[in-house]
Every structure is written in structure tokens, then in C-alpha cells.
Design a protein around this ligand. Structure first.
Ligand code: 2AM
Ligand code: CA
Length: 264
């Protein structure tokens, strides 16, 4: 088992799937869109990209099982699991907003060991393994050094199906709008995490996410020197549906806002 070698091959595969998605974006039609469930869009592009990834990942590391968004392969509990979102930011893709990505994580006993996020339109490949630093197109990346929430640029994803905790979310937004330099909503959690890792965003938070939205980006943030937790401050951020990712310096101040909004 050579994580570096697996990471290298996974990067090449993510780019290959990304090239397929980029090519399809020019001929994609609105009639290709299917509705999976409320506000959950999908098309042949997501499914075919996932098939490309699953085939390739099986060859790269045959011992690992899979958790994939489009369920082109059954989930089988194993020590090692690939966690795959073939197209993170499908809503953007469908509306021709150019922020979407391929996201791949590899977990061992549910802990991230490798992460690859390929942002397709800017041709930006973010990756890290537990045994390496984090990189963007071959250059080492690090989270921001800023200590000051009032100088920070933040990212989030708006709730799109679970509206019960909306008042708490709005409370957090109100505070962060006043207390930070600004807030962005890109529409791909994997890209949000990659942007925290490379210091474009100081911090990111979202609830209602699935493992495939975050498994790839989370390790990249960690290896770039950032901090991750759930909204409750624990490490259940891959399967627990809430995530905070932040530069190390800002984590406590950022967490305090989320904690005060959601947990008090
Ligand atoms: P997806 O495109 O792979 O589904 C952003 O809020 C995150 O939530 C993205 O990672 C996106 O991943 C996921 N998401 C799922 N459905 C969404 C929707 N209807 N609107 C916005 N984001 C959605
Ligand atoms: Ca997706």
C-alpha cells in the first residue's frame, strides 16, 4: 500500500473524469436534467462520470469498497472506502455557472487518508494524502495565517432541503455578515473546502451535506494546516452532516459563532 502512488493515479483519473464533464457541458440540454428528489438534480453526465471513476478506482486500489453519490455501485462496508462525488455542484453545472468539481476521498476505518478535488473550469487539481502536504497543481498550499475574523472572507452553502434549522442558520449568517469581510456561496462544497486549504477563504460552514461532498476536501484542508469539526466541535464531519473548516488561527472565533447560533 503506497498512498503517494495511489494519490498520483487518483489525480490522473479525476482529471480524466473532469475532461469528460467539461466536454459534455458544451452539448448538455435542459431536457437531460432528471430530478432525484426535492431540489436534487442529476443527469447522464453525473452517472457516466461516476462510472469512469469507479472503474478506474477499482483498478487503482481493488481492496477498497465504495460510497458514491449516484449509486452506480453498491455500498459495501470495508476497512478502506472510496467516497466519490463525480460532479459536486450539479446545480451550477445545469445552470452553466462555472463552479463544479470532481471529488474523491479515500477513508480507512472512516478516517480520511487521501483527498482529490478537481475544479474543472479553472483546471485546478487540489490533492493531499495523510503522508504528504497539500498541493494545487503541484505547488504546496497552506491555509491563511489571518487571526482576525473582521478581516476574513467566509464561505457557506445555503440550506436547500432541510429548512427546520433555518432560523439558527440565519442567525449565524447575520453575525458573520456583520463580523467578517464578506460571505460567498459557490455551490460546490468540495471547492469551498479546497479554497479554504489554499487560503482563498478563511473558513467554511454548511449543514445537510453528505459524505461525498466533503470526504475529498476535508483531508486537503487538514494537510494544508487547517482545522475541521462538526458544528458540535467533534470530528464527526464526514458522516455527521455538519462541517466547519477553517484556518487554524481563526477556528476558535469561527466555531464560537456557529456554536452560539446552533447549540445554545
Ligand atoms: P452536489 O452538487 O454534488 O449535489 C452545496 O450546497 C453542496 O450541497 C454541494 O456540494 C452540492 O453537491 C450539494 N447539493 C445537493 N443538492 C443541492 C441543491 N439543490 N442546491 C445546492 N446544493 C446542493
Ligand atoms: Ca454530485
Amino acid at each position: 500500500m503506497n498512498l503517494e502512488n495511489i494519490c498520483h493515479q487518483t489525480c490522473a483519473l479525476a482529471k480524466q473524469a473532469g475532461e469528460f464533464i467539461r466536454k459534455e457541458s458544451t452539448r448538455f440540454k435542459q431536457t437531460d436534467v432528471e430530478i432525484k428528489s426535492f431540489n436534487q438534480l442529476v443527469s447522464y453526465v453525473d452517472k457516466t462520470a461516476e462510472e469512469i471513476l469507479v472503474q478506474g478506482l477499482k483498478t487503482i486500489f481493488p481492496e477498497a469498497g465504495f460510497i458514491t453519490e449516484e449509486k452506480t455501485i453498491a455500498t459495501e462496508e470495508k476497512e478502506w472506502m472510496w467516497v466519490v462525488d463525480p460532479l459536486d455542484g450539479t446545480t451550477n453545472f445545469v445552470h452553466q455557472i462555472p463552479v463544479y468539481s470532481v471529488s474523491i476521498g479515500l477513508l480507512q476505518n472512516k478516517k480520511p487518508m487521501l483527498g482529490v478535488v478537481y475544479e474543472i473550469n479553472r483546471d485546478e487539481l487540489f490533492y493531499a494524502s495523510k503522508e504528504s502536504k497539500a498541493f494545487l497543481n503541484g505547488v504546496e498550499i497552506n491555509v491563511k495565517q489571518n487571526h482576525d475574523l473582521s478581516k476574513s472572507l467566509l464561505a457557506t452553502g445555503f440550506p436547500y432541503y432541510d429548512f427546520e434549522v433555518m432560523p439558527k442558520y440565519i442567525h449565524a449568517l447575520q453575525r458573520l455578515m456583520r463580523e467578517s469581510q464578506g460571505m460567498r456561496r459557490l455551490g460546490s462544497a468540495a471547492v469551498d473546502l479546497a479554497y479554504v486549504a489554499c487560503g482563498r477563504f478563511d473558513a467554511f460552514f454548511e449543514y445537510g451535506l453528505s459524505p461525498w461532498d466533503v470526504a475529498g476536501g476535508a483531508l486537503i484542508v487538514e494537510r494544508a494546516g487547517g482545522k475541521l469539526s462538526s458544528f458540535y466541535g467533534d470530528d464527526n464531519f464526514i458522516f455527521g452532516k455538519t462541517i466547519i473548516a477553517s484556518s487554524a488561527n481563526l477556528y476558535t472565533d469561527f466555531f464560537n459563532v456557529i456554536d452560539e447560533s446552533f447549540n445554545k
